[in-house]
Design a protein around this ligand. Structure first.
Ligand SMILES: [Zn+2]
Length: 504
């Protein structure tokens, strides 16, 4: 997903059209960069971090409705935790990073303006260790730290300008359609990726991102070798030019022998650490889940099932458990609960437990309509792993399933204080319980909050208008009026921002 380039024309002032470019950062970076930008001073003056964030949010608001967006709390919490852990050691200022999954078997990741970083399921599935995955994320964050996006925006490239204009046009059309309407066939992430391909980082930029990334990687406690191993894997995939997808990252992050040796030398020179990084259990369970999630057709699902079967037979410990978990998940998706339970039991052999397994057991009980059991399981799991957002959501769902909406509201309000900014779905669930509990005005206001947080301003306005007309309390009405005005302003702002790109 792409970056868009902004174009601050050098010399001649050509108005503001296309004054902003939003670069995306591709994950794999070994291919030949397309005409690299001369990093003129003009760029920095053109792109404020706030504008960059707004543009990233505009793409995300549509992207979240893109069929490739993986809406999964377990995945986004895992990735974002890793990204923030790495970014904490960045050799410079970074916006708060927000990572999200993209359902795509190609090995790729990309940074968008504003600190949003997309990670393909293919990258997660292909990583042989957690350090390999962290290495690619660290490299992407490295581009963000070095302001390569802002610099790339000054790059003049006719194709990317045309594509940026078309992306902005598509986003505007979706906006006009009410915020949640992708009927124009926008596929925001796909367009962004296409634009990204038109950019590409220079050798200097790649080297800087590698060095910054390696530093973050080791300081955050991952293995430096993860970077050379992953790069080797990408280089092979790129050379073979086979379906493995290495060419995708390579098309935006040019890989060369020189770059590879630079990384290898630095990895060798890195301080030997007392102990190697131990892959977290979460890594294996999330990876198994993504293998299932990324299957889009019968063939790829069968292949994923076969790989999981093979791993379940050949491996031991947490990796075997994760393979059975993947099989259980696949059966659950096929609505075969008996098989799901059989595999779940195998995954839990020897008393092995994990938040992902616990979440799946709640989902299976809910699917079986055994609500009291779902509640009991969810309550125990949320207590055992209190930091896991997916389990908090599961517990609230279980409370709702037995009709305990007052308890669900209280619980959700407490969780919103804790996780609200990272988990907009909590507001949506709160709205459901409020509605069921005879609080239609509060329900609409909270549903509006959910829409605002996901960038669906038009839908938010409609909820607030409904709340306004239902309310009989003068003070409440005036509060809602203020909210309506804020949402309208946001909508106008976004439209204006996109028009600037489009007019180019
Ligand atoms: Zn790169």
């Amino acid at each position: 997903m792409p970056s868009i380039c902004s174009i601050a024309k050098r010399g001649a002032i050509v108005g503001l059209s296309l004054a902003l470019a939003v670069p995306a950062i591709p994950v794999a970076a070994w291919a030949q960069p397309v005409g690299l930008p001369s990093m003129g001073a003009a760029s920095a003056t053109e792109l404020s971090p706030m504008l960059e964030r707004s543009l990233g949010e505009a793409i995300m608001s549509q992207g979240r409705r893109d069929p490739t967006y993986v809406d999964d709390s377990e995945l986004s919490q895992y990735l974002t935790t890793m990204g923030r852990k790495l970014a904490a050691y960045a050799p410079g200022a970074v916006p708060e990073v927000e990572m999200f999954g993209v359902r795509d078997p190609e090995i790729n990741a990309f940074a968008m303006p504003g600190g949003f970083i997309g990670v393909n399921t293919g990258l997660i599935v292909s990583s042989a260790s957690e350090s390999e995955l962290a290495a690619v994320l660290a490299h992407e964050i490295g581009h963000v730290v070095q302001r390569h996006i802002a610099r790339g925006m000054t790059q003049q490239n006719q194709n990317s300008m045309v594509m940026l204009a078309s992306l902005a046009g598509a986003l505007l059309a979706a906006l006009a359609g009410g915020g949640g309407n992708l009927a124009m066939g926008v596929a925001a992430f796909g367009q962004a990726a296409a634009i990204n391909r038109q950019l590409g980082f220079s050798r200097d930029a790649e080297r800087e991102a590698d060095r910054a990334g390696l530093q973050m990687l080791t300081k955050a406690g991952y293995d430096a070798e993860g970077m050379s191993q992953m790069f080797g894997r990408l280089m092979n995939a790129s050379r073979l030019n086979e379906g493995a997808g290495g060419g995708s990252w390579a098309s935006t992050h040019p890989l060369s022998i020189e770059r590879m040796s630079d990384v290898q030398n630095r990895v060798r020179a890195a301080q030997p650490v007392a102990s190697r990084h131990v892959d977290s259990d979460d890594f294996w369970y999330v990876r198994a889940k993504m293998r299932v999630v990324q299957g889009r057709d019968a063939v790829s699902l069968r292949t994923a099932g076969q790989q999981l079967q093979d791993e379940a037979q050949a491996l031991s410990g947490v990796r075997r458990s994760a393979a059975y978990y993947g099989l259980a998940l696949q059966a659950y998706q096929r609505n075969n609960m008996a098989e799901a339970e059989r595999n779940w039991n195998l995954a839990s052999a020897d008393g092995r437990a994990s938040p992902q397994l616990a979440k799946l057991s709640v989902d299976i009980a809910l699917a079986r309509k055994d609500y009291p059991k779902a509640l009991e399981l969810a309550q125990a799991a949320a207590k055992r792993w209190p930091a896991q957002r997916a389990l908090g959501i599961a517990y609230a769902q279980a409370l709702q399933s037995v009709g305990r909406h007052a308890d669900a509201q209280e619980y959700l309000r407490a969780k919103i204080k804790q996780w609200g900014s990272d988990e907009p779905s909590l507001y949506q669930m709160l709205a459901q319980s409020e509605d069921r509990n005879g609080k239609p005005v509060a329900a609409r206001r909270d549903q509006a909050r959910y829409y605002v947080m996901t960038g669906a301003y038009a839908a938010a306005e409609s909820q607030l208008q409904q709340a306004r007309s239902m309310s009989t309390d003068f003070y409440e009405q005036s509060q809602i009026d203020v909210q309506i005005k804020e949402v309208k302003d946001k909508l106008a702002e976004e439209r204006q921002l996109l028009e600037r790109f489009k007019s180019g």
